[in-house]
Design a protein around this ligand. Structure first.
Ligand code: ADP
Ligand code: DP6
Ligand code: CO
Length: 326
């Protein structure tokens, strides 16, 4: 009987945006994220000689070829490493909206890397798991770890993986403003590829990253929530600026995203240490002190509904789940 493996999503404070190698998923830049407790994926893999093709059931629904593509990449690598020829049944439950900019590919593909290697009897190190998850979705390389993790870009399959940075066991949390849980029009993969190929702003993005990353690491070490927030917010805005220069241009922002950003600025004027970041989707993630999160949430209830406002704490590393936790 194979086991269920759980991976939590992560949100980048220094974004991964662009690939040097699209097949191996080697990124253009290092990125740094926080893994969160509120959103996660549970996945189980069963290799079965009776199957004639790999199957992916996501939330009990059999997925088509497009969704299977990322999954097959990971399964093929595991089969090759373990000397297995059987096809696999993958069962997965997302406790996060899928493809809505809430990082389902991070938790989804990290959980798959864990579950597939476990089912194949491979005992992989964290670095090997991170490399494997990376081949499914870049951001998944960071979801192997709890707390803060840095994906070091490296220059080859062997050297591109994430490492833990800090356990985040201090006064930091995130508040999600979910403005849409619908599937986005432009996937992260397509969005970053188009930007790298066509946006004249892309080089500007790359040029400012070393400074952001170093400053972010210092701020985390000092547990300085304001510095962490300021750098993360600026970094996210720079990333999103690159999409407007792409051909054809696009943006992940919706009117409600702008409304959420305004609410954050207003709260800041009232003295709260609160900042935002955004990924490939219209949802806005607030970075704040865990100890002020409920108060901030209460203020936001005048602009958003309770179900749109989801509180998250730093989350744990990839792990096997047993009975009561499922
Ligand atoms: P997101 O912002 O949710 O990460 P992406 O465009 O990066 O959006 O990735 C979404 C895609 O990731 C889905 O369309 C699907 O192919 C894949 N995915 C998401 N969750 C899972 C899962 N649990 N198992 C396998 N694949 C998944
Ligand atoms: C904006 O990891 O979803 O969320 O590697 O093509 O699967 P693929 O893309 P994905 O990209 C995430 C982009 C981002 C920033 C980040 O998480 O660092
Ligand atoms: Co993704």
């Amino acid at each position: 009987m194979s086991n269920w493996v759980r991976a939590h999503t992560n949100i980048a404070l220094i974004k991964y945006w662009g690939k040097k190698d699209e097949d191996l998923i080697i990124p253009m830049n290092n990125s740094l994220s926080l893994t969160l407790d509120a959103f996660y994926t549970d996945t189980r893999v069963t290799f079965d000689d009776a199957l004639t093709a790999d199957e992916l059931y996501l939330d009990d629904m059999l997925q088509d070829f497009t969704a299977l593509k990322k999954v097959k990449t990971v399964l093929d690598l595991v089969r090759e490493k373990a000397g297995i020829r059987s096809k696999a049944k993958v069962e997965s439950y997302n406790h996060v909206p899928t493809a809505a900019g809430l990082a389902s590919s991070a938790s989804g593909l990290a959980a798959l890397a864990g579950a597939a290697s476990l089912a194949a009897g491979l005992e992989l190190s964290s670095v090997e798991l991170s490399r494997l998850a990376r081949r499914g979705s870049g951001s998944a390389s960071r979801s192997i770890y709890g707390g803060f993790a840095e994906w070091q870009k490296g220059s080859s399959d062997e050297t591109s993986f994430a490492v833990p940075v800090d356990d985040a066991d201090w006064d930091i949390g995130m508040l999600f403003i979910v403005v849409s849980d619908k599937k986005k029009d432009v996937s992260s993969r397509e969005g970053m590829s188009r930007t790298v190929r066509t946006s004249p702003f892309y080089q500007g993005w790359l040029d400012s990253l070393d400074e952001d990353l170093n400053a972010m690491k210092q701020a985390i070490k000092k547990q300085d929530i304001d510095k962490v927030g300021v750098i993360a917010e600026q970094n996210a805005l720079k990333m999103h600026a690159t999409t407007l220069g792409a051909k054809p241009p696009f943006t992940y922002w919706s009117p409600d995203s702008l409304k959420a950003m305004d609410s954050v600025r207003a709260l800041r004027e009232q003295g709260y240490s609160v900042y935002f970041t955004m990924d490939a989707g219209p949802n806005v993630k607030l970075i704040c002190r865990q100890s002020q999160l409920e108060e901030i949430r209460t203020h936001l209830l005048s602009d958003f509904t309770g179900s749109q406002l989801i509180a998250a704490r730093p989350g744990p590393a990839l792990h096997v789940v047993t009975g009561p936790e499922l």
